[in-house]
Design a protein around this ligand. Structure first.
Ligand SMILES: Nc1ncnc2c1ncn2[C@@H]1O[C@H](COP(=O)(O)OP(=O)(O)O)[C@@H](O)[C@H]1O
Ligand SMILES: [Mg+2]
Length: 291
């Protein structure tokens, strides 16, 4: 099937992945009948507690693990086909880099693995070092990089062959707040450049700012999915945004706001939002008795 502008970047259909038990251990179902779609151009966040099946799902999408049931596609191409990998850059959960190589050498190394060479590769590597803010560390060995810098060289590595899709597994885990901020800014920058991003995290607040849509996984299943702004809207509550309200008035308003005449203005009425964290805890808690 040839991709059209509406071909999803990632399609996961009824995916089940079972890890066979070894040495008398029981088989373990890591992903159960999971389905979701990542549209081209969006940032999609897969969130869930440790062990909920996020990395397993990504590995199947990338063709690193075979599904037991169901299918996964990248831009319309089944993950089992080598061609599906051409358009994808991947930052694994714990990326490994050759410590003795410098940042620049690392990018040149991965570029050559992708069949790039010469001036084109050197220019691309320099552009990516600039984009990821590592231009001053380009000639330092990655063995001396901080965790945040390692994740950024990992992002640059994933982008070396100009993929249309980036798959990032816990890109901000173990990174300090400033480093994590830079990574989130980069994700938004990638989106600006038209790159689709599928990102996992167990750190919820962090994804809240960058994702267009999210899926919440628990025990290998999707327990909530949708647009972030819709998911965190609370339908049975009303938010009133007041200007110049005194504490006394606030006290009265607790009883009845509509009849109050004062300098108070009603600026906005709508559905208040819960935090992604509360939604996540509720959703994963609800699912624990069905696993
Ligand atoms: N190769 C494997 N063999 C057996 N069990 C595995 C393997 N990989 C992952 N698992 C199990 O599958 C479950 C989901 O793991 P994973 O996909 O890594 O979760 P997450 O990325 O959400 O933390 C975990 O319970 C994990 O122990
Ligand atoms: Mg994981």
């Amino acid at each position: 099937m040839s991709p059209t502008p509406t071909t999803p970047a990632v399609r996961v259909e009824n995916l089940t992945k079972v890890f066979k038990g070894q040495l008398g251990r029981k088989a373990f179902v890591a992903v159960k009948d999971l389905s979701f779609t990542v549209n081209a151009g969006e940032v999609y966040g897969l969130i869930g507690p440790n062990g909920s099946g996020k990395s397993t799902t990504m590995k199947v999408v990338l063709g690193l693990l075979r599904p037991d049931m169901g299918h996964t596609h990248i831009f319309g191409c089944d993950s089992s086909e080598v061609a599906s990998r051409q358009e994808v850059g991947f930052l694994p959960e714990n990326p490994y880099f050759y410590k003795h190589l410098t940042g620049l050498e690392t990018l040149l190394f991965y570029g050559r693995l992708c069949g790039m060479s010469g001036k084109e590769l050197r220019e691309r590597a320099h552009d990516l070092l600039l984009l990821t803010g590592l231009e001053n560390a380009a000639d330092r060995r990655v063995g001396g990089y901080s965790k945040g810098m390692l994740q950024r060289i990992g992002l640059a590595q994933a982008l070396i062959h100009e993929p249309r899709l980036l798959v990032l597994d816990e890109p901000t885990a173990g990174v300090d707040p400033a480093g994590s901020r830079k990574i989130r800014d980069l994700i938004l920058e990638f989106k600006q450049r038209g790159i689709t991003v599928l990102v996992t995290s167990h750190l919820l607040e962090q994804l809240q700012e960058v994702c267009d849509r999210i899926g919440i996984m628990a025990h290998g299943k999707m327990v909530r999915e949708g647009r972030l702004d819709e998911l965190i809207a609370v339908e049975n509550q009303t938010e009133i945004l007041l200007e110049n309200a005194s504490p006394e008035l606030l006290e009265k308003i607790r009883g009845l706001v509509a009849t109050e005449a004062s300098s108070t203005r009603l600026l906005e009425m709508g559905h208040p939002r819960t935090t992604l964290e509360r939604l996540f805890l509720k959703a994963t808690e609800d699912s624990s008795d069905v696993s």
